[in-house]
Design a protein around this ligand. Structure first.
Ligand SMILES: NC(=O)c1ccc[n+]([C@@H]2O[C@H](COP(=O)([O-])OP(=O)(O)OC[C@H]3O[C@@H](n4cnc5c(N)ncnc54)[C@H](OP(=O)(O)O)[C@@H]3O)[C@@H](O)[C@H]2O)c1
Length: 237
């Protein structure tokens, strides 16, 4: 297994929810982390208990590609290397085929697909240099099967699966391993108004964080392309 010490992992959307849980877990394991959030001041609470020399905060606004490049540059300046990228920031786009508007479609595509693609493009040179680079895309079971009418969300998460497999092919020979982590309902603000399942029956963000920790530690020869996480019975995934 790969050891955390000295390795640097970037987490997008680390202000709350799954991203915050992943950031805390990786810090607990001993990783150095660079966290991206649209309001970096929200990260202070996430890293309050961590040693400052292992923490970097940056502004990351998915809709502003210039902020992506500035974040990656600042993380490299701070730590001198990048070993992992967790593409976590995402939004739940509402609307069915009949009701979804153009602005919602464009926003979901920009945040859930284009920004993760750009972060992969920007970090790949460093991940290749690292020798055992790792990318975890927080996709969704909504990227594997359609079980609701939120068409824009499903479309973007299916696209994230395609992005994952494309990245796997591109950088495999350089030791970069890429995983689509596909949870179902997870207890965060994103699904706070869901009534069909009780919050207590949803997956805990901390359990997904533990899976991310395992994915980062697995050697090149134990790569996991997709990891499907169930909080309730699914037919196939
Ligand atoms: N919760 C679930 O049931 C579930 C299930 C499957 C997959 N997922 C996926 O897991 C990921 C994390 O979701 P979550 O449940 O933790 O949701 P969440 O609690 O709503 O957190 C979303 C995160 O994304 C960030 N974000 C949203 N728009 C952004 C933008 N334009 N630029 C930069 N950051 C932005 C948010 O930042 P702010 O704090 O600034 O808003 C926040 O940090 C998402 O990709 C989601 O699709 C969630």
């Amino acid at each position: 297994m790969l050891q955390p010490e000295g390795r640097v992992v970037l987490v997008s959307g680390a202000s709350r929810g799954i991203g915050a849980a992943v950031a805390r877990h990786l810090l607990g394991l001993g990783y150095r982390v660079s966290l991206g959030a649209r309001r970096p001041e929200t990260l202070a609470e996430v890293t309050a208990d961590a040693p400052t020399e292992r923490v970097h905060h940056a502004r990351f606004e998915a809709l502003e590609p210039a902020s992506h490049a500035a974040w990656i540059e600042a993380a490299q300046a701070q730590f001198g290397r990048i070993d992992g990228l967790i593409n976590n920031a995402g939004i739940l786009a509402r609307g069915t085929i009949e009701t979804v508007d153009e602005a919602t479609l464009d926003l979901a595509w920009a945040v859930n697909v284009k920004a993760p693609l750009n972060l992969i493009r920007l970090t790949l040179p460093a991940l290749r240099r690292a020798g055992h680079g790792r990318i975890v895309n927080i996709a969704s079971l909504s990227g594997k099967r359609v079980r609701n009418d939120l068409v824009a969300y499903s479309m973007t998460k299916f696209a994230m699966l395609a992005l994952t497999h494309s990245a796997r092919r591109l950088a495999w020979d350089d030791g970069v391993r890429v995983t689509a982590l596909c949870p179902g309902f997870t207890r965060t603000d994103l699904v706070a108004d869901v009534a069909s399942i009780a919050a207590a029956e949803m997956t805990a963000p901390e359990d997904l964080a533990a899976l991310v920790g395992t994915l980062l530690a697995l050697p090149d020869e134990a790569a996991v392309a997709e990891l499907h996480v169930n909080c309730r019975l699914e037919d196939r995934f």
